[in-house]
Design a protein around this ligand. Structure first.
Ligand SMILES: [Zn+2]
Length: 157
C-alpha cells in the first residue's frame, strides 16, 4: 500500500532526477515546510489553519533531513494527521526499524519507497550494474542502513 501510494505520487510529481527531492514533492502536494531547531525532535507533521505542514530538524545530517521530510509527507498522505489530532512528533526512535507503532512503520515504508523509487533502484542495479550499497546510498542520498533495508525489501539482497 505504501509502495503504491509512493509510486502514484512519484508518477505525478517527480522530475525523474536523482536524488529525489522530498521538499519539492511536499510543495507539489501543497504542503508547507518548516524547520525545527531543538535537539528533541527530528520531525513533525501537523495541520495548521487547514494547511498541511511538515517540519524537519535542520541540525541533523542531510540524509536524515531528507528521510524525515519523506516520513512526514507519509504521515499526511497516509491520513495519520487530521485537523483534530495533535501533531505527529518524531524523534530518532520513530525511524528505528525496532519501532512497532504501525503508523511509524507505514511512514517509514512510504519514505523508503519515495526516496528510493523501485524503478530507479532496479535501473541502477540491473542496468547500470551498481551493486555497492554505499555507492547506491550516495546516489540516492540516503543512509546505508536505509539502502540496505530497501534492497532487502525489494528482494534484491
Ligand atoms: Zn512518524
Amino acid at each position: 500500500m505504501e509502495e503504491a501510494l509512493a509510486k502514484r505520487i512519484l508518477d505525478a510529481h517527480w522530475d525523474k532526477l536523482l536524488p529525489v527531492r522530498p521538499a519539492d514533492i511536499a510543495r507539489a502536494l501543497g504542503m508547507q515546510i518548516d524547520v525545527l531547531d531543538g535537539p528533541e525532535l527530528s520531525g513533525e507533521a501537523e495541520i495548521r489553519d487547514g494547511q498541511q505542514v511538515i517540519k524537519f530538524n535542520r541540525n541533523e545530517s542531510t540524509n536524515r533531513q531528507r528521510f524525515t521530510m519523506a516520513h512526514e509527507i507519509g504521515h499526511h498522505v497516509l491520513g495519520h494527521v487530521t485537523p483534530f489530532s495533535p501533531a505527529r512528533r518524531d524523534n530518532a526512535g520513530s525511524f528505528s526499524s525496532g519501532n512497532h507503532d504501525w503508523q511509524e512503520v507505514q511512514a517509514n515504508r512510504f519514505a523508503a519507497a519515495l526516496l528510493m523509487p523501485k524503478l530507479a533502484v532496479e535501473t541502477l542495479v540491473y542496468r547500470e550494474g551498481i551493486t555497492n550499497i554505499s555507492r547506491l546510498a550516495e546516489i540516492l542520498r540516503v543512509s546505508e542502513a536505509a539502502m540496505y533495508y530497501r534492497l532487502k525489501n525489494l528482494g534484491m539482497l
